[in-house]
Write a protein that binds this ligand. Structure first.
Ligand code: URA
Length: 428
């Protein structure tokens, strides 16, 4: 019906596609009827010419319809979901899912594995011995009904077109495109079937989106697409110019999530999960105002309710929490400040890469992860540091070289304000 070469030329020359054209491209690539070289050329044309909101919606729709759409209708109540665009030290889902469940929410969450400098929730949870991320759809739904949350790995049947497109984008320099990212994320979120979706769009050095206005544009496109599907969508823009919390690395991040669920842990991480849980449960009409929901989230963290739900969630998915908690951590190498000063900036991406090189992440898809290794970064931008003070720890199985961590933390004389963690909330 269409000729792919003409569609490539149309986009190359800056013209918008029709719904039928986008459907033709997505169906063609899903059924391998269009060769990779033409899809790659089209992706580059989209990268340079972008897409209008209508095209981004049609692209999302075509990708969503390329695969299975999960039916959550047998879960009672309003189903909620959350998605992060990926950052360094982002262990949010591990604490947020049981927190929201303890507040009355129903979170049915499909998560991914880590690639590159960003970690993945599934890898993190698998640092708990026995934890099963391959739930059948029946077990997944029944667990959400009884416990209020379940976290499973994304199946190959959800948005298969996205898998093909993402693999090509990854090797053709076309990942950072607003319509391509928005449709990739929203196709998967819409396929997962929730009524309320909260998006955590990371912005800064350790994120895909380095620039706040670009990140905001991405967030607004995603909110609009979700609303066109009748979903309640909120987007937070959050700072990724420094790692979230202190821990980077799979087991270390689960331990930090446990601290937060016990009312402790780093202040920035606690702040984020309280506000995300409040947005989700308020949008799900479980609380009359956002502020009441914030208070409820704080209470649930401080009175043991959220941690009790975490224990039930881990047990339901076969995890042996006792064994996890009784495993000794590796002996850390302490990274000390070479001189006194104030933290001026942090290279969050380099810290993510340093953790990946220790074995906490994958440079290639089939690399094997070591759950024990990672980093802890105790300082935030704007903190003052005394010469010799411990700024970070390296958990490694080999002789640890602290140069990458030292290089990533810039100390100087100037007083610097710590940037706000939550830059903006859209759709709340
Ligand atoms: N995460 C996704 O799922 N897709 C993108 O394109 C970027 C981040």
């Amino acid at each position: 019906m269409f000729r792919m070469v003409e569609l490539i030329a149309k986009k190359r020359d800056g013209h918008p596609h029709t719904e039928a054209e986008i459907k033709f491209i997505i169906e063609g690539l899903t059924h391998q009827a269009i060769p990779d070289y033409q899809i790659s050329a089209w992706l580059m044309a989209v990268y340079f010419q972008s897409m209008n909101e209508e095209e981004a919606f049609y692209l999302t729709k075509a990708m969503l319809e390329s695969g299975e759409q999960i039916d959550l209708s047998s879960i009672d109540g309003i189903k909620v979901d959350k998605h992060s665009t990926g950052g360094v030290g982002d262990k949010t889902t591990i604490a947020l899912a049981p927190l929201v469940a303890s507040m009355g929410g129903k979170m049915a969450k499909l998560s991914g594995r880590g690639l590159g400098h960003t970690g993945g929730t599934i890898d993190k949870l698998e640092s708990i011995p026995g934890f099963n991320t391959g739930l059948s759809s029946g077990a997944f739904i029944s667990q959400v009904n009884t416990i209020g949350c379940a976290v499973a790995g994304q199946t190959a049947d959800v948005a298969p077109a996205d898998k093909i497109l993402y693999a090509l984008r990854d090797v053709t320099g076309t990942v950072p495109s607003i319509p391509l990212i928005a449709s990739s994320i929203m196709a998967k979120k819409l396929a997962a079937g929730a009524d309320v979706i909260v998006l955590d769009v990371k912005v800064g050095d350790g994120a895909f989106m380095k620039d706040a206005s670009e990140a905001e544009a991405l967030a607004r496109v995603m909110v609009k697409i979700g609303e066109q599907y009748g979903k309640k969508v909120t987007a937070f823009l959050t700072n990724m110019n420094e790692p979230l919390g202190e821990a980077i690395g799979n087991r270390l991040e689960v331990l930090e999530a446990i601290d937060a669920l016990n009312g402790q842990g780093p202040a920035d991480f606690r702040h984020l999960i309280i506000d995300l849980a409040a947005a989700i449960t308020y949008q799900a009409a479980l609380y009359p105002t956002y502020e009441v929901a914030q208070n409820a989230a704080q209470t649930a963290l401080d009175n043991g309710q959220a941690y009790a739900r975490f224990e039930a969630f881990i047990k339901a998915q076969g995890g042996d929490l006792e064994a996890f908690l009784h495993t000794d951590s590796l002996a850390p190498v302490r990274v000390k400040a070479p001189h006194s000063g104030t933290v001026q900036s942090m290279a969050a991406l380099d810290l993510g890469l340093a953790a990946m090189h220790l074995g906490a992440g994958r440079a290639k898809k089939d690399d094997v992860i070591d759950p024990m290794v990672g980093l802890k970064i105790f300082k935030k931008i704007g903190d003052s540091v005394q010469k010799g003070e411990v700024m970070a720890e390296i958990y490694s199985r080999t002789v640890a070289d602290d140069s990458a961590v030292l290089k990533a933390i810039t100390l100087g004389e100037k007083a610097v304000e710590n940037p706000p963690l939550i830059v903006k909330k859209i759709g709340l």
